[in-house]
Design a binder for this molecule. Structure first.
Ligand code: ADP
Ligand code: MG
Length: 553
């Protein structure tokens, strides 16, 4: 128990560092248990790991705060942040995350029991144990954080309720979208701009969002009641406006609308459907056996564009592959920003059509495939395009941003589109997706090293997966989660020779629904978050050692 741990640590003081490993195992405290899961071999190794469990009776949060899965995730999201705040500069560390409330291993609420997982840099002086410091961390600070951050009796109860209610509203709002025929919703009063590219907190003094009246929708939420905002309908939505008027900021907010944001973030009521994927050009990436023929008819190299592979894709082929991969993985909403798109894949205007014959141009621009994609695959697109008017021909609605204010300019855009430009469409269908079967041996299963380099890359065994082009990732814990989930899927046969990519993702999602974070990693030692299936697919597609063993229609 706690006294035994104190004595043990005092007795260890000054002993050689390796003796710390005798701490492994379970220690009983008043009100909670401490499981020391992994002990670092030396002071410079990655931190040691431990798990704290506070029983339902001691934690004593009202059942209504954790009854449903979304509330349990929200309560855990609150508690992990409270613990993080409380720990300050302690050598105990907890991975609380940022503005998004993710399902993460660092804190879980399970049937009222609170589980907190921490790292601790076990203190040493040179190669000897500093038992006094260790005692302070484990026997003083740890019980303190449990007492003040993980119990209803001492919690800031109004804030806990507000946090859980807010996350539940966001989740409910997102679930309402399909029934309303919407792909996204931006509440009036939402704050979209961030402080900077490296600071995700809301921009102080930013202009709050206000919806154009013609697009205004009012929805009923379980806790907040009625709220109004801009509903983005299914179909093709164009966001136009002058440079610096807030187009990309709106699109960024939609990209992160797949997540629930913490109260005060400004994007609590900015949501998009869960099956939304941001598409961008990403030259240099690997593409493996993707049918890019809708976009690329032939290549000077003579490569087969219906079964296209490269270790070094161009801007346009990388973007074409990203679109086809997203559709294969089940995306129903694509988000594209001109700032990060390949121009030659986006547009080919009348004059260029006149000058360069279709037979001499392998690329079919997105402008001609965006409607066929909708017709054949029910895929909606939101596109930021301030630089070309050709998209007016294909847009269902056009939103103009002016000084950060949104206006519905669809009627005017229709009038303009009625005047012919002489441009001819170059495609009228989008062929069925050919589903790929992944060779399970692409993923190492012998407990390979899984490590995130921020949100930019994943180390998986011997290979590195570049993720800079996967822009909806927000937290290194998701990257770790992707690596662990891939390994878990391969080990457990979720990923096997009979399943297509889409089927693997479906099976993974079902596993998460049933087993929660255990579907990602059942050892629960490190910090990770449950990844979106679509981001799992994005990582798989960027794996340099990915092999495809076959196809199914
Ligand atoms: P665009 O894509 O139209 O060129 P951006 O979305 O990149 O414009 O925005 C330009 C600048 O304006 C950015 O620095 C952004 O932070 C800021 N900004 C965007 N929306 C708002 C807003 N609602 N209030 C205040 N500043 C904003
Ligand atoms: Mg922009």
């Amino acid at each position: 128990d706690e006294q035994a741990l104190r004595q043990e640590l005092r007795a260890m003081h000054g002993a050689s560092y390796g003796r710390y490993k005798s701490l492994r195992g379970q220690w009983r405290f008043a009100g909670f248990t401490l499981q020391v899961q992994r002990v670092q071999p030396d002071p410079f190794a990655p931190a040691s790991r431990c798990e704290v469990r506070v029983t339902d009776e001691v934690a004593a949060f009202p059942e209504q705060l954790w009854r449903s899965p979304v509330r349990a995730r929200a309560l855990a999201g609150y508690l992990v942040r409270a613990a993080h705040r409380h720990l300050g500069d302690s050598r105990l560390r907890v991975d609380a995350g940022g503005q998004q409330v993710l399902d993460r291993s660092a804190c879980q609420v399970d049937g009222g029991e609170v589980v907190l997982r921490l790292g601790i840099d076990l203190p040493g002086r040179g190669r000897t144990i500093d038992g006094r410091q260790a005692e302070r961390a484990l026997c003083d600070e740890l019980p303190e954080v449990v007492e003040t951050a993980l119990r209803w009796a001492t919690a800031e109860q109004a804030r806990v309720r507000e946090f859980v209610a807010s996350v539940e509203d966001t989740d409910a709002l997102r679930r309402q979208l399909p029934g309303l025929g919407l792909i996204a919703f931006v509440a009036d009063g939402a704050m979209l701009p961030r402080r900077s590219g490296v600071d995700e907190r809301p921009l102080p003094g930013g202009v709050p969002f206000s919806s154009p009246e013609s697009m205004r929708v009012s929805v009923e939420l379980p806790n907040r009641g009625r709220v109004s905002g801009m509903g983005v309908p299914e179909g093709i939505t164009l966001i136009v406006g002058g440079g610096f008027h807030g187009k990309s900021t709106l699109l960024r907010a939609l990209e992160f609308g797949v997540y629930d944001h913490v109260p005060g973030d400004g994007r609590e009521l900015v949501v998009c459907r869960a099956d939304t994927v941001k598409i961008r050009a990403e030259d240099g990436r690997r593409v493996h056996r993707v049918d890019v023929s809708p976009f690329v008819s032939h290549l000077p190299t003579g490569a087969d564009t219906a079964d296209f592979s490269t270790d070094n894709a161009s801007g346009s082929t990388s973007q074409a592959a990203a679109i086809v991969e997203a559709v294969e993985a089940g995306a129903k909403v694509l988000l594209v920003d001109e700032d990060t798109a390949a121009t030659n894949l986006m547009i080919r205007d009348a004059r260029m059509q006149a000058l360069v014959a279709k037979t001499a141009e392998p690329l079919t621009p997105f402008v001609d495939l965006i409607r066929p994609l909708r017709a054949a695959h029910e895929v909606s697109t939101v596109l930021v395009m301030g630089g070309s008017g050709d998209y007016m021909d294909v847009a269902d609605q056009v939103v103009m941003l002016e000084d950060y204010h949104a206006h519905d300019v669809t009627a005017r855009a229709r009038q303009l589109a009625a005047q012919p430009t002489g441009r001819r469409s170059e495609a009228d269908t989008f062929p069925p997706v050919r589903h790929r079967v992944v060779d399970p041996r692409s993923i190492p299963t012998d407990r390979p090293k899984v490590r995130a380099r921020g949100v930019d890359a994943l180390t998986l065994g011997e290979s590195t997966v570049e993720l800079r082009g996967v822009e909806q990732l927000v937290d290194p814990a998701q990257v770790t989660g992707i690596g662990l989930a891939l390994v878990s899927c391969a080990r457990r046969g979720v990923l096997d020779d009979s399943r297509t990519v889409a089927e693997v993702l479906e099976a993974f999602a079902a596993d998460v629904a049933e087993r929660g974070i255990a579907a990602v990693d059942d050892r629960h030692v490190g910090d990770f978050a449950v990844p979106r299936p679509l981001d799992l697919a994005a990582a798989l597609n960027r794996l340099r050692v990915l092999r495809i063993s076959g196809f199914r229609s």
